[in-house]
Design a protein. Structure first.
Lengths: 401, 404
């Protein structure tokens, strides 16, 4: 698989007043998808320039988008083709989901706290695919900046539909219109601080990471493939996909965490589960179930518990030179009453710990993200490219690889 | 294709005074027999013991005596290793007296209640670490040190290695039972099974016919970073049936390895160790690890396997090997000969009976969403393909070998 990235692009100023930050972040993300049509098979499906918008340049450019601009892309070269929808709105009291971005909703319109006040706008994302591989997109596909979303946004057609966030699916609050989006940024956050972003992906996987200059950790989202283990015979139509995300709050834990962190080893319940029926929780996402009629269910990530609950195992000192072990996250369904079970593992990113943020492997193919604290904290490790570690540069265009 | 062999479902306890004779005899006969030979096991030396007349149970014409011992080479192993077993009976001779000298069991030489002891040695070139004679007719003699001197020889228990308590004579052995208290296993009776493949041996012991205690030596599957030529480890667990507690507790991961050789010095009765290439002492203390979902009750059985929400299947949870003795820390690999599972009926088997479960103890965590979270983890081990676990009725048990 080919790995591509749009990394270290920086939006806004540390002094705040970044009123266009959500839309500018939308533009950067739009460009990542558009620029990887050939290399990753990401194909435009539909788009809308937004209210009074004229294109998809940055807001001080010639053809900026307007509020509630949106775009839909197809990952055509994925093992199981999937579709992604991004949408942004910015400004005071301008929620995501107004025309021409209707129907739409960010984080279930959760109004919790200043940082998470979704009604103030932001950038959101949703995913969908059909069991038969055909398009779940229910809107127009003119690609002239004036496309219209369908009602509902995603449809199953003659097949079965898998949608993320979980709340857009079976028994979810937003099942009828599939209009909810997982937040990538909140306008209330990016308004006040300078944010650094990392987008990395291949044909089957997508990682979006963001960190405010004053924050202690990266937050973000992963959507990607679950790799089956031969010893565990679970039959999927073609493949399995999972989404895990945490946009808020800002803690030292990595954005995608093993379930047991901070719940210790009492195992009363995992601390972190991804996905909710209401689509307004700190951790959103979900995992495809083997039976298409079950859709997407709430999920959790897993890893060896002693390695991550107790110190001393990282770095690994058993070999000629110290090394940081990379642990593939296990993915398990975890939704009451019957959707439980380990499914497989994620290969695109790994867990490790006790290593500094922004560290890169000597050959530049891996990078570390998570909290700024080195010791005692789990981190995630993603593909990278180049000898320059993350955290360098302050351009809005970032670095592409 | 590899061979899996075993001697299983031995039901012992008819005679308190000779319990360990029967355990030892069963083990010795299996390791000397055709099923173990199919897995590459070759006997190279033995002594019948004091007041012995040959190979056999205490009540047979030809029988073993106290301090009988045998050495078996696992010749088909990736790196051939040598297993030493020895026994004394309850109120019998002290463990390690002639003709079983030198020997200690868990660092002791006065096993009042008797036990079977076991030890393993190898060299990283696959050479012979055995220092004694190899006439192999019942009158062999041990050497002192028991295993060839020098850093090329790696020995389990780890106390037999350079820098540790028993480095000089290399005579310490793992105990098969917790023999410091009464009643002992010989009073309680019990069952045991021993299962091997060319690279592994497990002793699955059920004192009092209850939950199982697992002891293992074998080759683990290494991580990509691990290119050591010898990828072997062992653990000995004598006292805690609670698999969860055996692996981790709020106080930290359980250590497997006693450089003082005193396996029974703690309440858990654990010992073991993993080989570290290029090290001074060769074998170092280790921990085990598992993913946390190993103990989440709703995850077991795994309802996603077989495609039905209502019918699940074993979900084999991998055990990882972690080095944990200065200066060596970190992940080395995982055990692939057996695993753990939970929340299935004890003594279950797979449909083909090639895998069986043996229960540990149950500990209770709490209730969430109507599910009782409890640890009822079980050992998931290779099996013979026919026998119902727990159904053994004789001391001689059932022997098998099959393709794995």
């Amino acid at each position: 698989m080919t790995v591509k990235g749009l990394v270290d692009f920086v939006i806004g100023n540390t002094s705040g007043g970044n009123t266009s930050a959500s839309l500018d972040t939308f533009v950067a993300l739009y460009n990542f998808f558009l620029n990887n049509t050939t290399s990753l098979g990401i194909v435009p499906v539909a788009n809308n320039f937004g209210l009074s918008g004229s294109g998809f340049s940055f807001l001080n450019g010639p053809t900026p988008p307007g509020n509630n601009a949106w775009a839909c892309f197809k990952y055509a070269n994925a093992t199981m083709p999937f579709y992604v929808l991004i949408q942004a709105a910015t400004g005071t009291n301008l929620p995501l989901g107004l025309a021409p971005g209707n129907p739409g909703m960010l984080w279930g319109n959760n109004t919790v706290g200043m940082a998470g006040n979704a009604s103030q706008g932001g950038l959101g994302i949703s995913f969908a695919l059909r069991a038969d591989g055909l398009s779940p997109w229910n809107g127009t596909t003119t690609l002239n900046g004036n496309d219209i979303k369908g009602l509902p946004v995603w449809v199953s057609g003659s097949s079965q539909l898998y949608v993320w966030p979980r709340s857009n699916g079976i028994s979810g609050t937003h099942q009828s219109l599939c209009q909810n989006l997982i937040p990538l940024v909140f306008q209330n956050n990016v308004l006040k601080d300078q944010y650094r972003f990392q987008i990395i992906g291949d044909q089957n996987n997508f990682v979006f990471l963001q960190k405010g200059n004053s924050n202690v950790a990266y937050e973000g989202l992963f959507f990607g493939q679950v790799v089956m283990e031969p010893s565990r015979q679970i039959q999927y139509p073609t493949s399995a996909y999972v989404c895990v995300s945490r946009t808020y709050p800002d803690t030292q834990d990595p954005p995608f965490s093993p379930a047991f962190l901070a719940s210790g080893i009492t195992f009363t319940a995992p601390k972190f589960v991804y996905g909710s029926l209401t689509g307004d929780q700190l951790f959103e996402g979900g995992v495809m179930m083997p039976s298409a009629s079950d859709g997407v269910k709430i999920c959790m990530l897993d890893a060896p518990q002693n390695m991550f609950n107790f110190t001393g195992y990282f770095p690994n000192t058993c070999f000629a030179s110290s090394t940081w072990d990379l642990i593939s996250p296990l993915v398990a369904a975890y939704e009451y009453p019957n959707s439980y079970g380990t499914i497989g593992k994620i290969n695109f990113f790994s867990f490790t710990r006790d290593i500094a943020l922004n560290t890169i492997e000597t050959n530049g193919t891996l990078a570390v993200f998570g909290g700024v604290t080195t010791a005692g904290q789990a981190k995630i490790v993603t593909p990278w490219s180049g000898t320059t570690p993350p955290g360098v540069g302050f351009s809005r265009s970032g670095t592409q690889f | 294709m590899t061979i899996i062999a075993g001697t299983i479902e031995h039901k012992l306890g008819g005679n308190v005074a000779h319990f360990w004779n029967e355990y030892f005899t069963n083990l010795f006969r299996f390791l000397s027999g055709p099923q173990a030979a199919a897995a590459g096991v070759v006997r190279i030396a033995y002594h019948s013991g004091s007041n012995a007349t040959g190979i056999g149970y205490w009540d047979e014409t030809f029988h073993f005596g106290d301090n009988a011992w045998g050495v078996f080479k696992f010749s088909a192993a990736t790196v051939p290793f040598y297993l030493l077993i020895q026994y004394t009976d309850n109120a019998g001779a002290y463990f390690g007296t002639s003709p079983g000298n030198p020997a200690l069991i868990a660092g002791y030489n006065n096993s009042s209640y008797g036990s079977v002891g076991w030890a393993v040695a190898l060299t990283d070139t696959g050479g012979n670490p055995w220092g004694g004679t190899t006439v192999n007719s019942g009158s062999d003699q041990k050497s002192s040190p028991v295993w060839v001197s020098g850093s090329a020889t790696k020995v389990w228990p780890i106390s037999n290695n350079p820098g540790y308590a028993h480095a000089t004579n290399r005579e310490n052995m793992f105990p098969m039972s917790y023999f410091l208290t009464s009643p002992g296993w010989h009073n309680l009776g019990g069952r045991f099974s021993c299962i091997i493949n060319p690279n592994n041996i497990i002793f699955l012991n059920r004192p009092g016919h209850g939950p199982a205690l697992m002891n293992w030596f074998g080759k683990y599957s290494p991580t990509a970073n691990n290119t050591m030529g010898v990828q072997y480890a062992a653990f000995c667990n004598l006292f805690t049936y609670d698999i969860f507690a055996m692996i981790a507790s709020s106080g930290g991961p359980t250590p497997f390895g006693r450089i003082d050789g005193l396996t029974l010095a703690t309440a858990l009765g654990t010992d073991g160790g993993v080989y570290i290439s290029g090290s001074v002492s060769n074998v170092y203390t280790m921990n085990l690890d598992v993913s946390s979902t190993s103990f989440f009750s709703p995850m077991h059985p795994n309802r996603l396997i077989s495609g039905s929400q209502n019918v699940g299947s074993f979900d084999a949870k991998t055990l990882y090997i972690l080095a944990n003795q200065s200066p060596f820390f970190g992940l080395l690999g995982n055990i692939d000969f057996f695993a753990i599972t939970q929340h299935v009926p004890a003594y279950s088997t797979s449909q083909d009976k090639y895998m069986a479960t043996f229960e540990g103890a149950t500990s209770y965590f709490g209730t969430t969403e109507g599910y009782v979270y409890q640890n009822s983890a079980q050992w998931l081990v290779p099996w013979d393909g026919q026998t119902v676990p727990g159904s053994g009725t004789s001391r001689k048990g059932i022997q098998f070998s099959r393709n794995g």
